[in-house]
Design a protein around this ligand. Structure first.
Ligand code: ADP
Ligand code: MG
Length: 266
């Protein structure tokens, strides 16, 4: 099955060097980021050009400190570049106010973080409802959407559990449900398996690959080649620059890995 094969590059030079691709949903152009801390400048990004294609599961890979999270935050509109621009579906967001950026983000983008970032004394369902609090929905409607999102990640039977009553893998699935509840077209996941044992990590990758199969654009950050190989394309960052941009050969499929693992260590 190949969704991308029938989406031919549309006069896009970068796409031609990668493979035939679809529409660009997020783009960084000449993005730099310089942090100033105690009068020391840290050049986290040194000029990044990146096109993220609709429906193409992509991984940003690189050593710790190479700028992965910084890049993710900038293309996810959580932070602004020091120079360069970010476009969302062709629209330059540089001149948007913080409120306008938040509106674009809330409408289109879901985030998943390494450390889950769930509220501790709050049930799985209430955690997932949180992004909907300002959406002007009734309580009943919020609850319905949260339950549906939790069912989508296989946690329909854990609605009332608190985070500390869930395994790490389950907590990350709650965090994925929270990212999905607003029905984003893009999911950005920063080291989503970083705090998980290998089996739970594969289960999280299975969910991300399912989202990819459903047409959501998934961008994942990892320093681990075995995680990155679940994507279709891997972009390598080094010292704030893209040094390689490759299509994955023999993509790893998490569902198959789980079959191969069997139930032995459940
Ligand atoms: P990665 O996610 O690849 O580990 P980061 O994007 O987090 O890398 O960090 C890139 C560089 O920027 C690192 O040298 C880091 O120390 C620095 N950095 C990241 N965030 C900040 C910040 N808020 N203030 C100062 N320096 C930062
Ligand atoms: Mg990081």
């Amino acid at each position: 099955m190949s969704d991308s094969s029938d989406m031919v590059a549309q006069g896009d030079t970068r796409a031609d060097t990668v493979c035939a691709e679809g529409r660009v949903v997020l783009e960084a152009r000449g993005v730099t980021k310089c942090y100033e801390l105690d009068e020391v400048e840290v050049h986290a990004l040194r000029g990044v050009d990146l096109q993220i294609y609709e429906g193409q599961m992509m991984s940003i890979m690189g050593a710790s400190g190479s700028g992965k999270s910084t890049l993710m935050h900038i293309v996810g509109l959580l932070d602004r570049p020091s120079s360069g621009s970010v476009t969302v579906e062709g629209e330059d967001v540089s001149h948007m106010s913080a409120n306008e950026l938040a509106a674009v983000r809330n409408r289109r983008i879901g985030f998943v973080f390494q450390s889950f970032n769930l509220l501790a004394r709050t049930s799985a369902q209430a955690n997932v409802e949180l992004p909907l609090v300002y959406a002007g929905l009734t309580g009943t409607e919020r609850a319905r959407k949260a339950r549906a999102a939790l069912e989508r990640v296989g946690l329909g039977d854990r609605l009332s559990h608190l985070p500390n009553q869930l395994s790490g893998g389950q907590q990350q699935r709650v965090a994925i449900a929270r990212a999905l509840v607003t029905e984003p077209s893009i999911v950005l996941a920063d080291e989503p398996t970083g705090n998980l044992d290998s089996r739970s990590g594969i289960e999280v990758m299975e969910i991300l690959q399912d989202l990819d199969a459903q047409g959501i654009t998934v961008v994942l950050v990892s320093h681990d080649p075995n995680v990155s190989r679940h994507a279709e394309r891997v972009v390598h960052l080094k010292d704030g620059r893209i040094v390689e941009d490759e299509m994955v050969q023999n993509r790893m499929m998490a569902a198959q890995q789980l079959v191969d693992l069997g139930d032995d260590d459940l």
